[in-house]
Design a protein around this ligand. Sequence first.
Ligand SMILES: Nc1ncnc2c1ncn2[C@@H]1O[C@H](COP(=O)(O)OP(=O)(O)OP(=O)(O)O)[C@@H](O)[C@H]1O
Length: 346
Amino acid sequence: MSGLILDNLHKAFGPEKVLDGVSLTVEQGQLAVLLGPSGCGKSTLLRLVAGLEEPDAGSISLGGVDLAGLAPKARDVAMVFQSYALYPHLDVFGNLAFPLRMARRPKQEIKDKVGRAARLLGIEALLNKKPGQLSGGQRQRVAIGRAIVRSPRLFLFDEPLSNLDAQLRGEMRLELAALHRELGTTMLYVTHDQTEALTLGQVIAVLHQGRVQQVGGPREIYQRPANRFVAGFLGFPPMNFFAGEVADGWFVCPEPSLRLPVEGATPGPAVLGLRPEELAPGEGPLRGRLELVERVGGQSVLHLRAGAARFTATAPADFGAQAGAEISLDPAQARPHLFRDDQRIN
Ligand SMILES: Nc1ncnc2c1ncn2[C@@H]1O[C@H](COP(=O)(O)OP(=O)(O)OP(=O)(O)O)[C@@H](O)[C@H]1O
């Protein structure tokens, strides 16, 4: 059976085009992540799927059913928000039971479904507490539980973890992945956090300026970014870009002075992208002056300068060189990404 199909969605608020022809297919049972910077239209897209807004043009279908004109309640879709949106006067049981009571389900069924969701999320001990007595992580679990009890055909997650601290976010990521495996329900998950996207998404759609820039698996999107935006958005520290020229199978850059063999690219001006973590200090033709060594946990980020060009590389945490030193880097092991007019050409 087909999952979620978004076809050429357009949405503007006044003169502002927020979605400009978005198409995306999420297979039945798949966890898809919509990744993009703040303001790129992610929440708007989810609201269209949930039925909280109507598109100006384009269509949305779920399980083969066109959702146009269907009220949110009739869509069989559950949404989890960043803000939890719990009812403060109801206890956890009441919050979890709420959608089922609204649907006038029998008492025993409500008890069973709430019990199952609470077990899945490890919040059985909290059923009698009010949201005000819970931590952020516990509240988010309740919000997710409230979505689960309805056994919807589709889950929509709108940055559900962004109010949590980094450690809890990491734990909840794993729990959400496990929950998806357990439930097998189609999920569309929106985030601006690349780590979340790369670890959770079976398929990732990168959204920028209201358009899908690339759709692919996490590895594909990281290793073969389709354009400069995707290349620069994913990865930390961000990819280095060097402007130069492709000629006779070589990329040649004046500053920093660099010559690399490249295959399959037509001659002409081009921008070379190299990931900092693939640039290792050692004997090599790429030279730069260290401006700053940033110690980030298990590694050092080296900020380098060659003439007017700035770039970064990574090194082990105990890397000894100090700011001011001239160092050499070996780009031979790095995967070259070539762009022309911002599009990948190799
Ligand atoms: N109801 C509305 N009326 C007018 N403008 C809106 C409305 N909803 C969203 N926008 C505008 O649409 C753009 C995209 O907003 P949206 O919330 O979809 O982005 P986002 O990618 O989810 O961003 P964030 O991660 O910051 O939430 C923004 O410029 C926003 O101001």
